[in-house]
Design a protein around this ligand. Structure first.
Ligand code: PLP
Length: 390
């Protein structure tokens, strides 16, 4: 299999795309060279080579796609069932209800919000639009690269700068690299796969300085793992009229990876433009929408998921640290750490035990990214890891 496959190609090749199974992926360090192609670094294709569905169903610990292992909230389930009675109707008021809820929290107007079936659609629309104008997308190496891969297909260049030593986006380096051909800055905060977060004040100052020159796209897929009081709340920058585009998803803390719901917060004109590149809003079903409204209001469930995630993350961090491994401190539902064997060998031995994880090489160093599952799944992971590393 070509090392150039992107997420969709790989999923298609492995037969997983039709199942809607989302594997997140990220840029490798090779992407730091502006002219170098983005290299997928996927090494786990062999794990599913013959019967992907069968193999996936046999996983004892499914820790490879940053899903919520606890499911969806009981309130969301109830709303979902109730919504089936409205399945014959187009959703009208429900769009407005959800937008109003989000707008109130983010201190923007409903017209600053566009819904979508997962945030991937927003990333794809942005990739299509900004690459149409050619030029360069400025980002960091070691980040989620669905948007970047798509943009390069349509002729954009990606300049992925090295991260700071503590695995964060180097905002100063990005500022120093702003040239007239830069059409978009893409930041993931908290970042996938490193799990790191940027200091809010620095990110906000960065947006204030950069957004008047170039649109700043901030992928906040994992924002809900911040305690609500600590969240960056960059909606206020949008309210001030800055060209900042925020992308969020219900796939993580709300557990909607299969139900598909996400949204963008941005200036109404940029949303209108992006909507010309996607049928995103119309593609959200009334069932997902009504379940989304119920889940959004279910603060107790979100708090529960955040707390359980932190508990299982702390347990795993301690277990790995006790074994002498250095885990990058994570603010999310996954963590990244360097391993001491080849990615392919490691991954094969983990999958052979029914433990699904992801691996990548960055700058020649192999890493494992493990999603945070239930405590039981993390115990299986730790046990399996010990067997592999001896
Ligand atoms: C950083 C990041 N952005 C966006 C997405 C897309 O998620 P979805 O399309 O399920 O909303 C993911 C999925 O894992 C992600 O990790």
């Amino acid at each position: 299999m070509s090392s150039q496959l992107n997420r969709r190609d790989w999923l298609r090749a492995s037969g997983l795309l039709t199942a809607g199974f989302g594997l997140s992926r990220f840029t490798s360090a090779e992407a730091a060279t502006p002219t170098a192609p983005l290299v997928s670094g996927f090494t786990n294709e062999f794990a599913f080579a013959d019967d992907p569905f069968d193999k996936m169903s046999k996983l004892r610990a499914r820790l490879l796609a940053n899903e919520n292992p606890l499911g969806i909230s009981a309130n969301a389930k109830e709303a979902l069932i109730k919504a089936t009675e409205l399945g014959n109707r187009y959703a009208w008021t429900e769009f407005g209800q959800l937008k109003t809820l989000i707008a109130t929290d983010d201190m923007v107007k409903p017209e600053n919000i566009m819904l979508s079936p997962g945030s991937s659609d927003i990333l794809m629309a942005a990739a299509d639009y900004f690459s149409q104008r050619s030029g360069t997308i400025l980002t960091s190496a070691m980040t989620y690269d669905d948007l970047l891969q798509r943009a390069t297909k349509f002729g954009a260049k990606v300049k992925a700068l090295p991260m700071t030593k503590d695995y964060k986006f180097d905002l100063n380096a990005i500022k120093a690299s702003l040239t007239p051909d830069v059409k978009l800055v893409y930041i993931v905060n908290p970042n996938n796969p490193t799990g790191t977060i940027l200091p809010t004040a620095e990110l906000e100052a960065f947006c204030r300085e950069v957004a008047p020159k170039v649109p700043v796209f901030i992928d906040e897929a994992y924002i809900d793992f911040y305690e609500p009081a600590d969240r960056p709340k960059l909606g206020k920058l949008v309210a001030e009229g800055l060209n900042v585009i925020l992308a969020r998803t219900f796939s993580k803390i709300h557990g909607f990876a299969g139900l598909r719901l996400g949204y963008a917060i941005a200036q109404p004109d940029i949303l209108k433009t992006l909507h010309a590149y996607t049928n995103a809003e119309f593609a959200v079903s009334i069932t997902t929408l009504m379940a989304g409204i119920a889940s959004y209001k279910d603060i107790d469930w979100q708090n529960h998921c955040r707390a359980e995630n932190a508990k299982a993350r702390n347990y795993t961090t301690k277990a790995l640290t006790d074994l002498g491994y250095e885990v990058i401190p994570s603010a999310t539902n996954f963590m990244l750490f360097p391993i001491r064997m080849k990615t392919k060998t490691f991954e094969g031995q983990m999958f052979a035990q029914g433990i699904g994880i992801q691996t990548r090489d960055f700058n020649g160093q192999p890493y494992c990214r493990v999603s945070i599952g239930t405590m039981d799944e993390m115990a299986i992971f730790v046990d399996g890891f010990k067997k592999v590393v001896g």
